[in-house]
Design a protein around this ligand. Structure first.
Ligand code: 6PG
Length: 232
């Protein structure tokens, strides 16, 4: 029985505490490994966490390699690009060389080839995957009922999802399952139902893909925790 590590944190403290957790995890990895491989989440929630992470002085950036848990199939300077959000909130603020930032070429027309090329440069195991959760219970770009949830061989694949923009590349369940650590971020009452289903609902990742992060650390604000029985 997986007992999730659930941290209910005041909204205005959550970014700082999540950044602290990320820095701590990266330091622990680099104590025993030559590099720490971090996958970022997309969407809007991570922005403030990235900014808080960039403000810290205890992150072993020279040893960190950054990947993307998912990416929208748009140009890297498009407003919907997860790379653009990460560049603005993190890469432009810390000492990461271009060789340490691994962006999926999600803008290419041949999305399957782009996914395969990206999979080829993924490490055998990601040390930390940061994730977000959608109101429908998706995580990364693994959406409820998606065939991607049945993928057991490939670690990065193209999908079409209900959240615009629909065409995306995403880590698959095997990639999440083999990661060293998972950090789920959730803020706001809109996520409360999905968080409760993910953490306390009967096991059904087809319906609630974010259950795949149940073994991880969850950093959620009181509103997102509002329907949890266990957190009261
Ligand atoms: C994406 C994300 C997605 C996101 C959730 C939450 O590219 O859309 O990877 O999984 O994390 O939809 O998004 P918000 O943080 O914007 O609520």
């Amino acid at each position: 029985m997986v007992v999730p590590d659930v941290n209910v944190i005041a909204t205005d403290e959550l970014a700082l505490r999540a950044a602290e957790k990320i820095a701590e995890t990266l330091r622990k990895v680099t104590e025993v490994e030559e590099r720490a491989c971090l996958a970022l989440a997309g969407g809007t929630t991570p922005r403030r966490v990235h900014e808080a992470l960039a403000a810290r002085t205890d992150v072993p950036w020279p040893l960190v390699h950054v990947y993307f848990g998912d990416e929208r199939c748009v140009a890297p300077d498009h407003p919907d690009s997860n790379y653009r959000m990460a560049k603005e909130s993190l890469f432009d603020r810390v000492a990461l060389s271009p060789s340490q930032i691994h962006r999926p070429s999600a803008e290419l027309l041949d999305r399957d080839a782009a996914a395969r090329a990206y999979e080829a440069l993924l490490p055998a195991r990601l040390d930390l995957i940061i994730l977000g959760i959608g109101e429908d219970g998706h995580t990364a770009s693994l959406f409820p009922g998606s065939p991607a949830l049945n993928e057991r061989e490939r670690r990065y694949i193209p999908v079409v999802g209900p959240k615009p923009p629909p065409e995306r590349l995403t880590l698959t369940p095997p990639a999440l399952e083999t990661a060293g650590a998972l950090l789920m971020l959730a803020v706001g009452a809109g996520k409360a139902d999905a968080v409760a289903r993910a953490l306390e609902g009967s096991w059904d990742p087809q319906a609630t893909p974010s259950q795949l992060a149940r073994r991880g650390s969850w950093f959620i604000d009181p509103a997102a925790a509002g329907l949890l029985v266990g957190a009261r």
